[in-house]
Design a protein around this ligand. Sequence first.
Ligand code: GAR
Length: 222
Amino acid sequence: MQKLKVGVLVSGSGTNLQALIDGVKKGFLPCEIAVVISNKKEAFALKRAEAESIPAFFVNEKEFCNNLEFEKRMVEILKNFQVELVVLAGFLKVLSPYFVSEFTNKIINIHPSLIPSFCGKGYYGIKVHEAVINYGVKITGATVHFVDEGTDTGPIILQKAVPVFDDDTPEVLAERVKRVEHEILPLAVKLFAEKRLIIENRRVKIKGGLSDGEKASNYLGI
Ligand code: GAR
């Protein structure tokens, strides 16, 4: 099978990018990470890409006269690398309808809560976990979803729950949630690459269901 060319957009430490890199190396993902783009110069994710000889670009928003031009540059890079799937792996900027229309149903995002809770405008990164703790919910988790024109509103592919404990800090909770992010994001990419995701209205169905191995929580052996 031809390997799916994946472009990954990042802003931070890149642990989700690392989970994808590891998934490719272990033969779990029938993909090639063709390019990584960061909107933050200091993002450690860029270093992770460089360590694997994956082409990595910092695209500086400040160098463009407006958001459209900034996004056009990212689209240009992704198309130059013939990217077939765009993964937002901790890309902490909302994409405009222009960008989304360039890759309709070909963009997926990992969000650190159980959507539709604690998502939308202003909910990203550690802010999500602060809000979860302040609200007092007992269960949170992670969601992988297709990206549409809204903020965190696209069809949901996979979700996994984690408990919230009384003595959790946002940082401790973030780590617990990231462990499940690193399971469900590569799994969602695998299902996409294998053309097993069927979108019906806003429901995503998995052709043939998940195998036992895919259902096992620690399938990457991490
Ligand atoms: C992850 O927790 C991801 O879910 C979150 O940013 C973090 C990036 O971590 N994304 C969002 O909040 C998007 N709304 P990483 O750089 O270590 O992968």
